[in-house]
Design a protein around this ligand. Structure first.
Ligand SMILES: [Zn+2]
Length: 275
């Protein structure tokens, strides 16, 4: 049952930053590009699902729906992304780093070279009330697979406690693992912390079931009308879409690493996709 459900889940798109300063980081998508993509997707008949709808999705209802996700919770989302989505009748799920809500980031300057503000709790509450979902991206954006058991528990339980205390029980439903880094041990911790859904990197895995789901990242070169992740839509052949997108993303990752090598010399090793 779990495996059957996995293969028929809607596609999950993952964006990071929308708009804001240009820099080497590959996780920024321009504001106008994002608006164009979402408008094209809406015109093509796609609809977003809420996290609750995603969790309860029945197989035949999966056609032409997708879960739109943002990682890291940058403040620019409220300026550049949420209003566009609200106008289209779309919703989204944002995975926030709970210790950095309302603060300026110090955790990924190696990716962006800029210190960027994160969404504040009042902004999150405002958009939560408008039907947008918020969930955990850890407490401090540490790579969970590198931590010992107690540190993993601190990240998972701590961020979930903060979210549910501020926003209610629905905010404790899901986690996107920082850097997409997840293994069987992390999945066990996520389960015991009370998460229902866990999102990893591009491929996901059947082994962890609903706590190890894949996503399709959208990077800066994905600037066409319809994000690659949804483009090869065989109108309902979701398995094929996801397989195609995963394939393409694997190539994309290699290209990105090559570009990082070329541009940034010694810093290349840090230019892995930040999910
Ligand atoms: Zn992240």
């Amino acid at each position: 049952m779990a495996l059957a459900a996995l293969t028929t889940f809607p596609s999950v798109l993952c964006y990071h930053r929308i708009g804001g300063p240009l820099e080497l980081g590959v996780t920024r998508v321009g504001r106008s590009v994002f608006a164009r993509q979402m408008t094209a997707v809406a015109r093509a008949g796609w609809q977003t699902v809420s996290l609750a709808e995603f969790a309860g999705q029945t197989p035949h209802a999966a056609r032409r729906t997708f879960l739109l996700t943002f990682d890291d919770g940058y403040a620019s989302l409220a300026d550049h992304a949420y209003p566009v989505l609200a106008n289209l009748g779309f919703t989204a799920t944002t995975f926030v780093i709970t210790d950095f809500v309302g603060k300026t980031n110090t955790w990924d300057v190696r990716y962006t070279w800029n210190r960027l503000p994160h969404l504040s709790w009042p902004e999150i509450a405002h958009w939560c009330a408008r039907g947008f979902d918020f969930a955990s991206h850890g407490a401090t954006h540490r790579r969970l697979t590198w931590l010992d058991n107690s540190a993993i528990a601190t990240e998972l339980v701590g961020s979930r406690d903060v979210l549910t205390a501020r926003l209610g029980p629905d905010a404790g439903r899901a986690i996107a693992y920082p850097f997409g880094a997840v293994d069987a041990r992390v999945v066990r911790h996520a389960e015991s912390a009370g998460y229902e859904l866990g999102f990893g990197g591009v491929k996901g895995s059947g082994g962890g079931g609903r706590l190890h789901l894949g996503r399709i990242p959208v990077y800066s070169w994905d600037a066409g009308d319809v994000p690659f992740g949804l483009r090869a839509d065989g109108l309902g052949a979701l398995g094929r879409i996801v397989a195609h997108a995963a394939n393409r993303c694997a190539v994309g990752t290699s290209i990105m690493r090559g570009v990082g090598f070329w541009v940034s010399g010694v810093r290349h090793h840090s230019l892995t996709p930040d999910t």
